[in-house]
Design a protein around this ligand. Structure first.
Ligand SMILES: *[C@@H]1O[C@H](CO)[C@@H](O)[C@H](O)[C@H]1NC(C)=O
Ligand SMILES: *[C@@H]1O[C@H](CO)[C@@H](O)[C@H](O)[C@H]1NC(C)=O
Ligand SMILES: *[C@@H]1O[C@H](CO)[C@@H](O)[C@H](O)[C@H]1NC(C)=O
Ligand SMILES: *[C@@H]1O[C@H](CO)[C@@H](O)[C@H](O)[C@H]1NC(C)=O
Length: 319
């Protein structure tokens, strides 16, 4: 009895906690106008006090902040208005997927990401109603055009990741994922030089992918011209097999973090704010080589935000 139970437990553990990848089936294929139906627009106050005014869907469509073709979804900011310093921030967009996900792979084919002084774009996953207990995984995030992209987890207390020995090509920046520690820096990994901002855009963007299971979270980045991009990423099919992918850019193992209990069902969120707690931090902004102060720059230089937009070719989610 004892031995058959432990055999069962071993088989069960092997099936449910793969050390690495697996094959997943596509549940969502989001192209062009699908972004308008499979995401909701969140006209909310930015929790990080950004110099932003998130608008609703009708305003975003009517003022051209979002637009679609059969093969693209573009989402950007107001690039014509000089702002009243005492009025609301720069109009921008924040969208959240109607579906939420536990174990999954999401592949973002990104042609362009927001660039410019004061910008703080993000592609991430969280449960807004249960933060940080439901976890947060930031796939794309950075400020003021400062490469590289940082991939970060934020969790409830009691989640750390190793400082070395991880299966990743990126660089460990911090290892304590708990939102309550270190001013919510989270556990972060820095990626390669073409992963963010103007260099990313100059090469035509690329692909970001996340694989989340109960035992690890991995993120991959392939620049547009990277010869190693897997065929099921560059040409989305009905399945993906992450076993066939290269070493992740960032890998968060469950060695000292129970990923399965630290993350619940998360939505995908894409937002672009300005300044706020990170981009607008005087030390961070000052070190970026950007002019004046972040808020003055964002208020007074609308045309500087003509390139502050995301353009997505597709988003595929597999479960
Ligand atoms: C890295 O991947 C290899 C091969 O899949 C695996 O044997 C090893 O346990 C992994 N190491 C870590 C730290 O996840
Ligand atoms: C694995 O990826 C390579 C490209 O990196 C591709 O040519 C091959 O078809 C893939 N194999 C499977 C089984 O997906
Ligand atoms: C996106 O939203 C998160 C959480 O509400 C916030 O902390 C962050 O500042 C926002 N980031 C951007 C880029 O808007
Ligand atoms: C601004 O950033 C610096 C450098 O990262 C940090 O030491 C400081 O605590 C930050 N200030 C605030 C108010 O967050």
């Amino acid at each position: 009895m004892k031995s058959s139970l432990s055999t069962f437990a071993l088989v069960f553990a092997f099936i449910t906690t793969p050390a690495r990848g697996a094959t997943y089936s596509r549940s969502d294929c989001i192209l062009g106008t699908d972004f308008l139906t499979k995401f909701t627009f969140e006209a909310v106050a930015d929790p990080s006090n950004g110099r932003v005014n998130y608008v609703d869907e009708a305003t975003a469509v009517n003022t051209g902040l979002v637009s679609t073709t059969s093969t693209t979804f573009t989402m950007g900011a107001d690039d014509t208005t000089v702002l009243d310093p005492n009025g609301p921030g720069r109009n921008s967009v924040r969208i959240k997927s109607t579906k939420s996900y536990t174990t999954h792979v999401a592949v973002f084919d990104v042609n362009h990401m927001p660039q410019g002084c004061g910008t703080w774009p993000a592609i991430w996953e969280t449960d807004e109603d249960d933060w940080p207990n439901g976890g947060e995984a930031d796939i794309v995030e950075g400020v003021n055009d400062q490469a590289p992209n940082t991939v970060t987890l934020h969790t409830s207390p009691g989640c750390t990741v190793p400082s070395s020995g991880r299966n990743q090509t990126g660089t460990v920046l911090s290892t304590d994922c708990a939102a309550a520690d270190n001013g919510n820096d989270g556990c972060a990994v820095g990626l390669g030089p073409n992963s963010y901002g103007p260099p990313f855009n100059a090469l035509g963007g690329g692909w970001y992918a996340i694989e989340r299971t109960d035992s690890f979270i991995s993120v991959w980045f392939w620049s547009r011209l990277d010869g190693a991009v897997p065929s099921d990423v560059s040409n989305p099919q009905n399945t993906v097999n992450t076993d066939n992918w290269s070493t992740p850019s960032a890998n968060f193992p469950d060695t000292s973090c129970d990923i399965g209990s630290k993350f619940d069902s998360n939505n995908i969120i894409i937002n672009l704010t300005f300044c706020g707690g990170w981009a607008g931090n005087a030390t961070v902004y000052g070190a970026s080589g950007c002019p004046s102060t972040c808020v003055d720059y964002v208020n007074n230089n609308p045309s500087a935000f003509s390139n502050a937009y995301f353009e997505f070719a597709s988003l595929s989610v597999y479960q």
